[in-house]
Design a protein around this ligand. Structure first.
Ligand code: TYD
Ligand code: MG
Length: 455
């Protein structure tokens, strides 16, 4: 058997670029900790070196073209995924030659989603290869069967070799290749363990180069931890064309896919899925589904929010209980804890409600993660409603930002929020006075909102 030549590698500080032959915990040049990453050494050619020494410019003049004559890369073919909203998130389907990263927590449904996408693209007559470094052929077959993926054009390979995968992509035999997942890949030349920054960056680069050279669309799976911090996929974000975040509740509830980076489309679209027996299904009317099981209790308020470009009505629930310790507890799910603490401070300071002796729990129903400043008023009203034990009247939705002075500030795209509320049969919105619409009962301060509507 032929021994593969071990390529020479060195360790490069990601902060200052200093190179070392051996790994060290701290860069002796810039004192940064943990900044050394193993890379394949590419020695500068002799000519280049001497040119630098002489202060000469060694490059050649670039070939340039008139912008008017360039064919936009958007004009290339796109592969439809069979998911209408997911296609929108991608900017109109998967662009040939594009490399995307699908990042999400383990168990979110990444492999499921991609197997469904593969099945649809293969049905459309394109050749597809699903590469798994995590699961055996038998396991993947089980999932494929469950999802009804049985096209002749759908192929499978098990591999953890970055080199082999890049070579396979480079063959140009496939229109779409899935790599599940980047954390399992190893490159021969690199000695670090799979999942380390060195392996992820080098394998990522290799795959991207292969995809671009053959115009193959590639989707790479990346696992992230709960707070999204795992180093691996983060470094990939800079290299790929599209970064998709798969978020939500792993056990039931809605899951959302949105693009946090897209070189070929907007980042405002979102696809909302639910996991059923036969795989992931797009939710056609998420507002209705989210409100289906609602009973109007105290502490429950309907917020008219936006998920990307889409208006969405979600229920905010708050619960307050007497604190057992001197230090009241604040717990939140689907909303920012710091923002919650700020809002509690505003309520205490700007209204007569006392919350310092109460534990407060806030929950956004349906696994939705709010990222909307106009959620403030609904959260405040839910807390006030829970603390006072009084419910809001039926038929109201709420939106508006709360300032530190307790003033209600305007919300962007109020018309879309109002339209969604009307569509679902709501009678009124409680919102900022700046919105000129008869549907909105205007409130100028938090105090006014609580006095008028939490009674
Ligand atoms: P999976 O796609 O393997 O998650 P990931 O690749 O992100 O780690 O699947 C996530 C969960 O979905 C798994 O626990 C089982 C469940 N599931 C269903 O409920 N229905 C289905 O049809 C499939 C294929 C999976
Ligand atoms: Mg998986």
């Amino acid at each position: 058997m032929k021994m593969r030549m071990k390529a020479k590698t060195n360790f490069v500080c990601q902060q200052c670029g200093a190179t070392y032959a051996k790994w060290m915990g701290q860069c002796t040049n810039c004192q940064a900790w943990n900044s050394l990453v193993e890379q394949v050494a590419e020695p500068a050619s002799g000519a280049g070196k001497s040119a630098i020494a002489k202060g000469q410019v060694s490059g050649k003049k670039l070939d340039f073209v008139k912008i008017n004559t360039i064919v936009p890369s958007d004009a290339k073919a796109r592969l439809a995924t069979s998911f209408k909203d997911f296609d929108m998130v991608l900017g109109g389907g998967i662009l040939m030659g594009s490399v995307s990263l699908l990042a999400g927590q383990p168990g979110m449904g990444k492999s499921t989603l991609l197997m469904q996408v593969c099945a649809a693209v293969a049905e459309g007559g394109h050749s597809v290869l699903y590469i798994s470094g995590e699961e055996s052929a038998g396991q993947v077959k089980l999932r494929a069967e469950r999802l009804g993926a049985k096209s002749e054009n759908l192929n499978f390979a098990a591999s953890t070799s970055g080199n082999d995968i890049a070579k396979t992509i480079e063959s140009g035999e496939f229109d779409l290749v899935i790599v599940d997942s980047i954390q399992t890949l190893m490159m021969d030349e690199i000695s670090s363990a799979p999942g380390t920054v060195s392996q992820v960056t080098n394998c990522g680069n290799l795959i991207i180069r292969a995809a671009k050279s053959t115009d193959t669309a590639v989707i790479i799976v990346g696992h992230v931890t709960k707070d999204g911090t795992l180093a691996g996929p983060k470094v990939l974000e800079h290299l790929v064309d599209v970064v998709l975040n798969f978020e939500g509740d792993r056990y039931g509830g809605f899951k959302t896919v949105r693009a946090v980076k897209n070189r070929f489309g907007s980042t405002n679209e979102v696809a909302i899925f639910e996991m059923i027996d036969s795989g992931l299904k797009e939710v056609a009317n998420p507002s209705a589904a989210l409100l289906e099981e609602r009973t109007n209790e105290d502490g429950s308020v309907i917020l008219a929010t936006l998920e990307g470009n889409r208006p969405l009505l979600v229920e905010i629930q708050a619960l307050t209980t007497p604190s057992n310790y001197g230090y009241p507890k604040r717990t939140v799910s689907g909303f920012d804890l710091n923002r919650l603490n700020l809002l509690i401070a505003v309520i205490e300071r700007r209204t007569k409600l006392k919350l310092s002796d109460k534990d407060i729990f806030v929950n956004v129903v349906g696994g939705i993660k709010l990222n909307d400043s106009a959620a403030d008023l609904a959260v405040c009203m839910a807390i006030a409603s829970a603390a006072a034990g009084r419910k809001l009247e039926d038929g109201y939705v709420v939106f508006g930002e709360v300032g530190l002075g307790g003033e209600i500030r305007s919300a962007f795209r109020a018309d879309q929020r109002i339209a969604e509320a009307k569509k679902l049969g709501f009678k009124h919105a409680i919102g900022p006075a700046a919105v000129k619409d008869k549907f909105v009962m205007p409130v100028t301060s938090l105090r006014e909102a609580l006095i008028r509507f939490v009674k």
